[in-house]
Ligand binder design. Structure first.
Ligand code: NIG
Ligand code: FE
Length: 445
């Protein structure tokens, strides 16, 4: 990804840069970057909300004919073009002429398994011929196939694979991504994954949030000795990873044949003891009660929820846990969708994420997830935007910093070549992102 010093949306069409200071309501502000001529600025929130629920998810705080000022990574001013008068006062301001495009907060992808090795396209073909995800897993494919490949791959090569995906994701508008471990399933390989994830966060433009998912599957060398592996996760892996601060969150695949409710509870509580906040893969394949467990342990998010029960919905509404829905998985595995409407109507904060991984969703394109959420889960375009920005940031405990275009927040913004925001889910299968502003820097993507 290259950095653009001063540019219009299309440099060819608009080659003249104009470094200026700006005069806002007769007050001089020494801005460092200005986005001007925005046809539709989708702020998502203007009230400093941590998360949006219910009808508020449909209010995106849109400003027409807008401009945004940024100083050292931080948004310092938002308003109408008519309230901003340019004057050539010198200074070091970069100007991005958005040429009547639409500007949104960068997408936050709050659930991925982006660090992996190998591939699983044969399983995709088997499912097309009628096999299910569970049948393939029972035959030694699925997660364990990727575990084998990750164990055999060096940290350097894992990072190399991940970099390719990170850069493509950013081209599609994602500026923050959560990445889980969980394809190592032993001390050496789990630490290798988490170190790689942390190093990528330091080295890459993308902001990356690491999650420990040691309880993703029982590793093959444990056979039917699952209790021993749970003990290893709780008493060896969690204390080590917590003390080295390698992960912000601890997640569990709470599911029949993976980790039961009781095991999930113990692991999540132990993670909390060691400074990792709980997240959970809940009620994906069966209605086990993972959502209720998420509420009980104070999880930041409960993810998947394709088979959540009415009790589970009520529990999440009471606890304020963010429901991270993954429509790409339902689409890719063809196994039914989470009840987005019931969740929103019950007042549960709903987020969308890709779940990008080689098995259950080989896509990291958030606008595609938005389209599927509209057509299959009956979310409105507005709700899908709130769910992919502010609410997704809340699922990472980061909505005080990112997820909306508000004064004081980090300047992570995307410029899209669409006539209005509704085109983002509507005109699907095409990348409309033209420019990405990450931490106040314009990137050429
Ligand atoms: O979120 N559900 C469990 N884990 C992943 C799938 C991982 C894989 O198949 O490699 C998920 O869908
Ligand atoms: Fe997942």
């Amino acid at each position: 990804m290259q950095r653009v010093i001063i540019a219009g949306v299309s440099e060819k069409k608009h080659p003249h840069a104009f470094p200026h200071k700006f005069l806002i309501n007769n007050r001089h502000i020494d801005v460092k970057l200005a986005l001007i001529n925005i046809r539709q600025l989708v702020t998502v929130s203007s009230a400093g909300e941590r998360v949006k629920v219910g009808a508020a998810m449909r209010d995106l705080g849109i400003i027409d004919n807008a401009a945004v000022m940024i100083d050292h990574e931080v948004i310092t001013w938002i308003g109408r073009m008519k309230d901003l008068s340019m004057s050539s006062l010198g200074g070091e301001t970069e100007v991005l002429d958005c040429m009547e495009r639409v500007v949104l907060p960068g997408f936050v992808d709050a659930h991925t398994h982006l660090l992996f090795a190998g591939n699983r396209e044969d399983e995709f073909a088997e499912r097309a011929a009628g096999a299910t995800y569970q049948q393939i897993a029972a035959e030694g494919g699925g997660i364990l196939k990727t575990v084998k490949a990750v164990r055999e791959t060096t940290k350097k090569d894992l990072k190399k694979n991940a970099r390719r995906h990170l850069s493509a994701m950013m081209k599609h508008g994602t500026t923050t991504v959560e990445i889980k471990s969980g394809y190592g399933l032993d001390a050496h390989a789990e630490v290798k994954m988490l170190e790689a994830i942390n190093e990528l966060d330091n080295e890459e433009v993308m902001r990356i949030v690491p999650t420990f998912l040691g309880a993703h599957a029982v590793p093959p060398e444990y056979g039917d000795r699952k209790a021993e592996y749970v003990n290893e996760v709780m008493n060896r892996l969690i204390p080590y990873i917590g003390s080295k601060k390698l992960a912000a969150f601890c997640d569990v695949f709470c599911e029949r044949s993976y980790f039961e409710l009781e095991e999930s509870r113990s692991i999540l509580m132990q993670g909390k003891q060691f400074g990792m906040l709980p997240k959970i893969h809940a009620d994906e394949l069966t209605p086990l009660g993972g959502a209720e467990l998420a509420a009980e342990v104070g999880a930041v998010s409960a993810d998947h929820l394709e088979h959540i029960s009415e009790n589970g919905i009520a529990a999440l509404a009471r606890s304020g846990t963010v429901a991270v829905l993954l429509p790409g998985v339902s689409f890719f595995l063809n196994h039914g969708y989470a009840p987005a409407r019931a969740l929103i109507e019950a007042g549960v904060p709903v987020a969308l994420a890709s779940d990008f991984n080689p098995g259950s969703c080989m896509s990291y394109t958030i606008p595609l997830m938005m389209t599927i959420a509209c057509t299959q889960m009956h979310m409105t375009p507005e709700e899908t935007i709130a769910a992919s920005t502010l609410n997704a940031a809340a699922a990472l405990n980061l909505s005080h910093e990112i997820g909306s275009i508000e004064v004081g927040k980090k300047a992570d913004l995307i410029v899209l070549d669409v006539p209005n925001y509704k085109y983002i889910p509507y005109h699907f299968g095409e990348n409309h992102v033209e420019k990405v502003v990450k931490d106040g820097v314009v990137l050429e993507v």
